[in-house]
Design a protein around this ligand. Sequence first.
Ligand SMILES: [Mn+2]
Length: 303
Amino acid sequence: MRQINAFESPRFTQISTFARLPTCNGKEKAAFIGIPFDDGVVYRPGARFGPMAIRDGSRLLRPYNPFVDSEPFDELMMCDDGDVNVVPGYIEDTMRRIEEHLSQEFVNKIPLIAGGDHSITLPVLRALHKVKGKANLIHFDSHYDFWDTYFGGKKYTHGTWLRRALEEDRVNNVYQIGIRGSLFSKEDLSDAKKLGVHVFNIRDVKYNYNKIIQELRKLNGPVYISLDIDVVDPAFAPATGTPEVGGLTSFEVMELLRSLEVNIVGMDVVEVSPPYDHSEITAMLAANLIYEVASVISRNLRP
Ligand SMILES: [Mn+2]
């Protein structure tokens, strides 16, 4: 058993690592990594505290996932690789550090990342592209995140990372799931088409669930999952930067993840802002979503 034994050492004790797993020593197949940066936000701050809260929210995770029939911690020899050294207040310096750090991780590990705001995903995709070539992107979010600039030409925010990734040709097919909420204008809808992004909005998920599952199963080649916690309804995930009402339940997003029979090479859960949380609701959900994806990865890797 890789976790600290909960029958000997109570779950509220010991140094906080993800799921009370050991720190990494190099041989592992998957690693939890924190990227505690939130200077890309345009509304509520606080996602810099995401990795800390998600580690604490993961203390109840147990080794066996019965719904995926998987023991991800053992099968992936999962470990906690600490945090990227971000530079508060300096987004471009931070992006360089993230890219450098993740370029090492992607070589022989599957990174399971806790953000941070969504601006961190651009340098992660740059690293992934550099190491493994272009991957498909499954993007769970209530927002498109492909706006061009904010505040007078500022190119790097948590609402622009996807447009930058597309401009830089870092990704293959992009599927967005759970999109909803008010938009800046009707043109946002046509921009999705122009950019070649496949959009499944919240109604598609609620009314045509099986069609989405079938579409995603057709994805060939490596897949990166980027999950903004605001895809989940604020009733289930209140602690986030730009909440949108009328979203997925925590069960629905877990089932969507469990259904993915694709080659997942990495993932992130971003935009968890603990100062807005209550009773660890959002942090526990984020920890469980990382656990579900790890479970699915180990199931899919089995011959
Ligand atoms: Mn969002």
